[in-house]
Design a protein around this ligand. Structure first.
Ligand code: FNR
Length: 365
């Protein structure tokens, strides 16, 4: 294969290169993987209605997110255990995002610690993705470590009280390779993920340590222990979006966890419009799931997202060449988005209007 020039090329490289245990863990969705496929397919159901003759000589794709200047509306979603893709794992991913001037979200169950990532990418905009552990002291410590390390927001994942049933992981009896650790929990009982006798050891870990009792009132608890803005990740309907806004959160990531939780949940781009309509300007709305092209970014922004995030594409970039691979991925997305924007008649993001993206049924009339 020659030099990869689109996200699909990186995916193909990773499929040929990664060991089975890691590849299946990264690529899988829940059940028969309809939601996983639909996350991508649903983008094709929308068409871009271009405009012309609008002076696009100079383009600006920067955005303001949570009050901060971000160079492009594409950031990195939290994905667990990135050192299976490359020895520098999360540190390399965070550095690439820093170099590109965009946001990196670190998973709670990472193979590089909060402090290692902060040291690797001290100037980058980093958010910390939080799972609430039954042991609230464990949770409290994670929050305080993220604050001290300079993370700028907490991303509370609300779609994963349990982990979904990913058939390949059950078949493979997924384990974290023995040279790797859940780096945020060294020396505590929350580090030990490889205890399972049957099935995926990750599911057993989650079932025994995550707090399945969490409710809306726990957002108030989380707010009471941190000054960081709280962003809820994993909302798929307007009812919950309104409750999130009422609870005083600063942002929502419309997400189905990359199709990994319950099969036949909607594609995230399908769920986005009702959420944007319900919360208006009360909270910033972002989306992830199935974003692999610049045209996807344009569509998500036209449908009301402030920014998009990508999970697996960054893992494929890491697999290809660590930090340099993720930078290539982000540069490809940047170039594709700039091309889509300018050729469709927009010089800047505020020029994208809702009428520029329509469901394909518009043309069937
Ligand atoms: C994830 N995701 C995820 N989400 C989260 O909140 N905490 C986590 O630890 C993880 N871990 C994780 C591992 C892997 C291998 C994948 C693929 C996904 C979900 C992730 O943040 C994001 O929602 C999806 O990856 C977005 O879909 P795409 O971009 O992968 O299609």
């Amino acid at each position: 294969m020659g030099e990869p020039i689109c996200i699909k090329d990186f995916e193909e490289f990773a499929y040929k290169t990664l060991p089975r245990n890691a590849l299946d863990y990264y690529r899988s969705g829940a059940g028969q993987q309809e939601t996983l496929a639909n996350n991508k397919r649903a983008y094709s159901n929308y068409r871009i209605r271009p405009r012309c003759l609008r002076n696009v000589a100079e383009t600006d794709i920067s955005v303001t997110v949570q009050g901060e200047h971000v160079s492009m509306p594409v950031g990195i979603s939290p994905t667990a255990m990135q050192r299976m893709a490359h020895p520098d794992g999360e540190c390399a991913n965070a550095k690439a995002a820093q170099d590109m001037g965009t946001i990196f979200i670190l998973s709670t169950i990472s193979t590089s610690s909060i402090e290692e990532v902060a040291e690797a990418a001290p100037r980058g905009i980093k958010w910390f993705q939080l799972y609430i552990y039954r042991d609230r002291e464990v949770t409290r410590q994670l929050v305080s470590r993220a604050e001290h390390a300079g993370f700028r927001a907490l991303v509370l994942t609300v779609d994963a009280p349990f982990f979904g049933l990913r058939l390949a992981d059950i078949r493979n009896k997924f384990v974290l390779p023995p040279h790797l650790k859940l780096a945020n929990f060294q020396g505590t009982k929350s580090t030990d993920i490889n205890k399972s006798k049957a099935g995926s050891s990750l599911n057993d870990y989650v079932n025994s340590l995550f707090d399945q009792t969490i409710e809306w009132k726990d957002i108030a608890w989380l707010k009471s222990i941190t000054k960081l803005p709280i962003i809820l990740k994993g909302i798929l309907n307007f009812e919950d979006a309104i409750m999130a806004a009422d609870a005083g959160v600063s942002g929502i990531i419309v997400s189905n966890h990359g199709g990994r939780q319950v099969d036949t949940w909607p594609a995230s781009i399908e769920a986005l419009p009702e959420i944007v309509k319900a919360v208006g300007d009360r909270v910033e709305v972002y989306v992830d799931g199935g974003v692999t092209q610049g045209t996807d970014v344009f569509k998500a922004l036209a449908l009301g997202a402030k920014m998009v995030f990508m999970g697996r594409p960054a893992l494929w970039g890491l697999t290809y060449a660590g930090e340099a691979g993720v930078k290539k991925i982000l540069n490809i997305m940047k170039r594709e988005f700039e091309s889509t924007l300018a050729i469709s008649g927009c010089a800047r993001i505020s020029d994208i209007t809702p009428s520029m993206v329509v469901h394909k049924s518009y043309y069937a009339k």
